[in-house]
Write a protein that binds this ligand. Structure first.
Ligand SMILES: Nc1ncnc2c1ncn2[C@@H]1O[C@H](COP(=O)(O)OP(=O)(O)OP(=O)(O)O)[C@@H](O)[C@H]1O
Ligand SMILES: [Mg+2]
Length: 345
């Protein structure tokens, strides 16, 4: 009991992990140098909330922040070269939360600021993983018309990136983001990479066994056809993140998709299942158009990915209820279609 109190008090006094603080300061200074800014640093505060850590210029310290400080931890003063900056450090930069994990691989800070009338974003890796993948994707996709934010500077050691800030005219709901993705982003994107057929067995492993998949399908009240294990699926370079949360619309109307750090070679059903939840018919139409001729029917591919996604979640100690609802919605769409019977267009 005593040690719990001591731990609580320690994390109240030091709410931000040392690693996060060091990485934030180093990246802030290096990014300023890379942009040839002649800024001197100015005082900011990192103040913890129950979810993450917010960044504000010290002069904006409101009574509300003082109150939050009493509960979640003492605000931490920090000198930042991007000024005045606002932003956020992800939940695992909080000492209290990170103490529950043995190793923090991924956590970021996002800072927003303006210099010379230009709005910019500094994305910093606060943990072990670098931004190599995101930098590579943003550079490759820069050839697309505004699909990704432009890189203004990148760390040679891949720890941070300075991006153009997308001033989105308005916030879109998930369904509208799915629609814009399917109509304006996905066609050109998958034409660029192309799709390749790979065996379903590549998605299975020691815990995602055929048996477990079939049980999961049963649990979700969807059907997998007899021959599902011997079929092939369409693979490409996927975004891998939350597509229906990461689309911003530029002031001139072009959509921009953010956050490519999870991009990888994977079944495209992983990305398409996310939009399928909100736009089932449009997704099937699009998927059927780009799918290779000898792969499994697209609804079956989505059913396989859904079972895998649902099974993987069950290994976690804490499951987000929103993501369970999402699986149920996808399952209901698939059941309504009859996963077995839907073929290619
Ligand atoms: N270039 C940008 N222009 C405008 N807003 C941005 C930009 N980059 C990031 N953001 C905002 O910051 C949020 C977090 O950025 P991003 O998703 O890249 O980081 P993250 O660490 O992966 O965050 P999360 O874990 O919440 O997805 C975005 O959802 C978006 O609202
Ligand atoms: Mg993100």
């Amino acid at each position: 009991m005593k040690s719990k109190i001591a731990h609580w008090f320690y994390t109240w006094k030091h709410p931000v992990t040392d690693l996060a603080l060091e990485n934030l300061k180093a990246a802030s200074r290096a990014a300023d140098r890379a942009l040839a800014g002649n800024n001197t640093p100015s005082p900011h505060l990192l103040y913890p909330t129950n979810r993450d850590i917010r960044v504000r210029p010290q002069s904006n310290w409101s009574p509300l922040v003082r109150l939050a400080g009493l509960i979640y931890g003492r605000p931490v003063p920090v000198e930042l070269w991007q000024s005045p900056a606002t932003g956020i450090l992800g939940p695992l930069a909080r000492s209290r939360k990170s103490a529950r994990k043995s190793r923090i691989a991924k956590e970021n800070a996002i800072l927003f600021w303006q210099s010379d009338g230009v709005s910019r974003v500094l994305k910093i890796s606060l943990a072990l993983r670098s931004h190599a993948r995101e930098i590579r994707m943003l550079k490759t996709l820069a050839a697309f018309d505004g699909l990704v934010p432009q890189i203004e500077a990148a760390d040679p050691n891949l720890r941070w990136i300075v991006l153009e800030k997308i001033d989105s005219a308005r916030q879109l709901g998930a369904s509208e983001q799915a629609e814009r993705y399917l109509s304006e982003i996905a066609p050109g994107y998958f034409r660029f990479w192309g799709c390749k057929a790979k065996p379903v067995s590549r998605c299975l492993d020691a815990t995602i066994t055929p048996n477990a998949m079939e049980q999961e399908a049963h649990r979700l009240s969807i059907e997998l056809p007899q021959d599902w294990q011997s079929g092939t699926m369409d693979w490409s370079i996927t975004h891998g993140g939350g597509i229906c949360e990461e689309i911003l619309i530029r002031p001139d109307g072009r959509p921009c998709l953010l956050d490519w750090e999870k991009a990888t070679l994977a079944p495209i059903g992983e990305d398409l299942l996310q939009v399928f939840e909100h736009q089932p018919e449009m997704t099937l139409q699009f998927f059927s158009k780009i799918s290779a001729s000898d792969t499994l029917p697209v609804a079956t591919q989505l059913a396989i990915i859904l079972c895998k996604r649902s099974l993987s979640k069950r290994k976690r100690t804490k499951i987000n209820p929103k993501s369970i609802r999402s699986d149920r919605t996808c399952a209901a769409h698939l059941a309504a279609l009859g996963a077995k019977t839907v073929g290619k267009a």
